[in-house]
Design a protein around this ligand. Sequence first.
Ligand SMILES: [Zn+2]
Length: 236
Amino acid sequence: MMEKDTPKETEVSSNQVAKAAIADGKITFLTEDITFDEIQKLSTLVLTARKMVEEYFGVKTTFDILICKGRWEMEVQVMSRREGRKGPINGNRRSSTNLRGEYYDLSGSVGITDYRLEEIIIRYDIAKFGHYLHEMIHAVIVKDYPQQLREGLAWYFTLKLTEKHRYVRPQYPAWVERLYISPVRKLAQILGDDDFLRDFAVGRASLEEEGIKDEEIQDMFLPAELFYSKKQKQRD
Ligand SMILES: [Zn+2]
């Protein structure tokens, strides 16, 4: 298996835009197949997404951004991060091996957040603004929450922050809606207050989930392995 830093890393230090973006966490290009114009455009996207997250959540994001291009470069990143880990990584495709079919398809990954190494990996050739935003939101969500809850919150707020700009939204399959977004939306409705949910996401507020008598919501607080085996059984 390839090490994560096997591809040649190209630090962008000569670029003013990139320099602005790297003030809180650096951008590293794993691909060399990128033009100066693309670097500038991409740095603006990263900077804008970061600012949006910081302003909305009131929390600074310091995760490093790794930029790769093409399916193979992304797969190398996903595979190298699965080595020697217990839990699944956060991505818009899941990496669990105990599920099959649609859940197991990693090939379409556009972005992943590695909480352990505090890195966001983006496949820039297919990423929209919403993908950068989504992963940056992951970076401010409490690490200790179960994976499915982090995913649900990240999606809920990705959709909220792109409400007026739907064309920048990442597309997502129906199971993302069913597994992650729908329960968090239900939770938001019960709370009746997105500010509280936002504070809960970043750890400024806590929730007594036992008090919420809704199985779908309570499932979001289960350990990830239990959550996925339960959802799998419900499908079979
Ligand atoms: Zn996600």
